[in-house]
Design a protein around this ligand. Structure first.
Ligand code: P1T
Length: 381
């Protein structure tokens, strides 16, 4: 198999056979001429069903995740919703992490529950806890690793074994790691999901999602469901994502370098109670992360010693770290999950600590990022 960056730059991306154009074209046409009824020229008939720019992105994403099939969506939540509606039916049960993106929890807790799907939140860093939560109706085990926002680590190969024994599908939301750092299908997962809005796109300029699998039947069912429900990315969105993903490897190396430096500084600062970063040797998931990830990622969370008010103050006091939701872009972001990205988990088992701050460490110069954070923390006294 070719190396990661070679696949990122070339998979599915041959020069155009007619014009020789080296970069993928943005195919804006919503419909395609047919030579007689049913006689499509290149297999395309209508852009909800399939679009050439989207196909190129899908081929590239499949190659990066070591998967046979990828489907690109209009958002990460669009991908998640479509996948869960294909894998689950009323009466089924899903195991979810006790720490996960708030929007994923909201979809399962508020939308799928009304459709008769039950869920159980479980600490998926504990394989025995998963085994205990499995029911005869369990059809899906959903996991994130690292988790959003607590950076917990789940052992993908171990979870895959339990899910397989139970006849359930293991889905890994690989958004935080990106395919550069971790390829869950190779570790035994059945399906990978991404918010490509994050590291895959990488420039905070496009919203998108993706599903990757080796299961031919599932891929066909996803195409049918996507065409039926319409959660497709536009061609320009697909193109921006494709442009972004070409540099994923170099960006991720720099995100990891900077995050390691930031985590180290935070661990030594008196205003910080606890640093959550799988790259730190005392992180409970450090060994599993070292086994299944290339490096430890660009996301760092920490808890302030001064409680919620201190956390809110740090979020407002940085200059370079922009106070904003989302993650995985080249620029550094800071946020308060309890009141922002994870507000929908309040009062549930997924509620996050109120002194938690989440950082998406960008690819600026590490010294500037460290100085910015240190200055914001120093104001806490
Ligand atoms: O925003 P969207 O592209 O729809 O993706 C949803 C999503 C799915 N999975 C994970 C792990 C995510 O982090 C997200 C989106 N998360 C944020 C917007 C955030 O700031 O955490």
């Amino acid at each position: 198999m070719q190396g990661f960056s070679t696949r990122a730059i070339h998979a599915g991306q041959e020069p155009d056979p007619i014009t020789g154009a080296v970069t993928t074209s943005i195919h804006t046409s919503s419909t395609y001429a047919q030579d007689g009824v049913g006689g499509t020229r290149g297999g395309y008939e209508y852009s909800r069903s399939a679009n050439p720019t989207r196909t190129t992105l899908q081929e590239c994403l499949a190659a990066l995740e070591d998967g046979r099939h990828a489907r690109a969506f209009g958002s990460g939540m669009g991908a998640t919703d479509t996948l869960l509606r294909v894998l689950l039916k009323p009466g089924d049960h899903i195991v979810i992490p006790h720490d996960a993106y708030g929007g994923t929890f909201r979809l399962i807790d508020k939308v799928l529950s009304g459709w008769g799907v039950e869920h159980t939140p479980v600490d998926l860093s504990d394989v025995e806890a998963l085994r205990a939560a499995i029911r005869p109706e369990t059809k899906v085990v959903w996991t994130e690793t690292p988790t959003n926002p607590l950076l917990g680590i789940a052992d993908i190969a171990a979870l895959a074994g339990v899910a397989r024994d139970a006849g359930a599908s293991l889905v890994v939301d690989n958004t935080f790691a990106s395919p550069y750092l971790q390829t869950p299908l190779a570790l035994g997962a059945d399906v990978v999901v991404h918010s490509t809005t994050k590291y895959v796109g990488g420039h905070s300029d496009v919203v998108g999602g993706a599903i990757v699998t080796n299961d031919d039947d599932l891929a066909a069912a996803l195409s049918f469901a996507q065409n039926s429900t319409g959660s497709v990315p536009g061609p320009f969105d697909a193109w921006l994502t494709l442009r972004g993903v070409k540099t994923l490897a170099v960006r991720m190396e720099r995100h990891c370098d900077n995050a390691e430096r930031v985590a180290e500084m935070l661990a030594g600062h008196p205003a910080v109670e606890k640093v959550l970063y799988p790259g730190l040797p005392d992180h409970p998931g450090h060994e599993v992360a070292a086994k299944q990830m290339r490096r430890f990622g660009g996301m760092v969370s920490f808890q302030t010693a001064g409680g919620r008010d201190a956390a809110l103050q740090v979020c407002s006091n940085t200059q370079l770290f922009t106070l904003a939701e989302s993650l995985g872009g080249i620029e550094s972001l800071i946020e308060h999950p309890g009141q922002m990205t994870h507000a929908s988990t309040a009062g549930s088992m997924l509620e996050v600590p109120d002194n938690l701050v989440r950082l998406s460490v960008g690819i600026e110069d590490a010294e500037d990022l460290i100085e910015d954070l240190r200055a914001a923390l120093d104001t806490l006294g």
